[in-house]
Design a protein around this ligand. Structure first.
Ligand code: LCS
Length: 401
């Protein structure tokens, strides 16, 4: 079966231009500028033979929306173009993307080497795959070469990386991981959610597959749950025709439309997230009640040089701890007014959350401690409001800490 027309994407334009224009094929009948929402489950064949040819993969064209949909294709082409990948795929959630990619790449007996800190549900998925399907995994500190090499096994098929790591903001050197993976024949999968393709493109750095929770910066407006993946066409085709098709976590056309719309402003939003993130990080760093701020854009950040080399900006995410620990953090969080107490990140709205009791609560406390997620750590996703208002809100909330 073959479901999508040939991928046709501009590769050399600037990133904002690509985000706006890639994947757009003007509707010849109406000339509609916005991407039409093809709200259809199935597609009519002009003849029995045509249907058979499409199922046999002898002819491009749509069959059934679980296998491909024209609105979703526009999004997939945009993601591929932005990530400098051969092909893209869209999913019903970030976790649908993570699970479909991993399930297509490994089988019983294989080993996945992941970064030490991981989004809680990704950690949950690795445990599920270990318990139910005997897919082995280990987590390692991927910040230095020796630790990576020590943790590799002959069965390592996938190196799974988050950078910056959620929520500690620790970075992984993508070029280093890609180099080691090539030597041992492993596939490097990078969860690029925290950066968006505007700020970091792992495939350019030698990695193989990129995943995003598109719920975050790609959508940007807190109104959709979605995931995307991008990588070599042969692997994306395999994922599409195996774990995506048969498990079925595909994206709805309307949600694809929202992401296409969100992507059109990705560049301006990310520039503002970076600008506000830097100012908020500096404010917190200089605040007497704050013990430590984890933000790659602070020169004090231990991997500042790597951040400058690997990323095109430092983003809008930061984590911090108060001198008064957990209790002070709770008092502070209970007194924000503009920043919203909510999980998720990458929205135009500033969102504040407590990883140990929220996003990373599924991870046992001793594991969390090893990941650097202390009970007092607070994560802030700095939005694109006027930064003076965010700073005012934090200043007031901190007075209660
Ligand atoms: N990867 C990362 C790095 C994430 O932060 C998340 C969600 C996912 C994957 C999963 O994406 P989803 O299925 O939710 O689209 N992160 C969340 C967070 O930090 N707060 O709430 C959800």
């Amino acid at each position: 079966m073959k479901n999508n027309p040939t991928i046709n994407m501009p590769k050399q334009q600037g990133r904002s231009t690509t985000a706006i224009h890639a994947g757009y094929h003007a509707d010849p009948q109406t000339g509609a500028l916005a991407t039409p929402i093809y709200q259809t489950s199935t597609f009519v064949f002009s003849s029995t033979e045509e249907g058979a040819r499409r199922f046999a993969g002898e002819e491009a064209g749509y069959i059934y929306s679980r296998l491909g949909n024209p609105t979703v294709t526009v999004l997939e082409e945009k993601i591929a173009a932005l990530e400098q990948a051969e092909a893209g795929l869209a999913f019903a959630s970030g976790m649908a993307a993570v699970s479909a990619v991993l399930m297509a790449l490994v089988k019983t007996g294989d080993h996945i080497l992941g970064t030490k800190g991981l989004y809680g549900c990704t950690y949950g998925l690795l445990n599920l795959m270990k318990d139910r399907f005997q897919v082995d995994y280990s987590l390692c500190n991927m910040t230095d070469e020796d630790s990576i090499r020590q943790m590799l096994k002959p069965t390592t098929r996938v190196m799974y990386v988050e950078t910056p790591i959620n929520p500690t903001m620790e970075l992984v050197d993508l070029q280093l991981v890609a180099k080691i993976a090539k030597e041992v024949g492993a596939c490097v999968v990078v969860d690029n959610t925290f950066m968006s393709p505007y700020l970091q493109r792992p495939i350019e750095q030698g990695c193989d597959i990129v995943i995003h929770s598109a719920t975050k910066f790609i959508g940007g407006h807190g109104d959709v749950i979605a995931g995307v993946a991008a990588g070599p066409k042969a692997i994306m085709d395999t994922i599409r025709m195996t774990s995506q098709k048969d498990i079925g976590g595909i994206l709805a056309p309307f949600d694809a439309y929202l992401l296409i719309r969100g992507l059109k402003t990705l560049g301006v939003r990310m520039d503002r997230h970076c600008e506000n993130g830097q100012k908020v990080a500096e404010f917190l760093h200089n605040h007497p009640k704050v013990a430590i701020v984890h933000y790659p854009g602070l020169p004090q950040f231990p991997q500042y040089e790597l951040a400058c080399r690997q990323m095109d900006g430092f983003g809008g995410l930061l984590a911090f701890e108060l001198k008064g620990g957990l209790e002070a953090g709770i008092r502070m969080m209970n007194n924000v007014r503009l920043c919203k107490r909510a999980v998720s990140l990458g929205d135009v709205d500033s969102l504040i959350q407590h990883p140990a009791s929220m996003t990373h609560s599924v991870i046992p406390p001793e594991e969390r401690a090893k990941m650097g997620i202390s009970d007092g750590l607070i994560r802030l996703s700095v939005g694109i409001e006027d930064v003076e208002d965010i700073l005012d809100d934090l200043e007031t909330a901190l007075s209660f800490a």
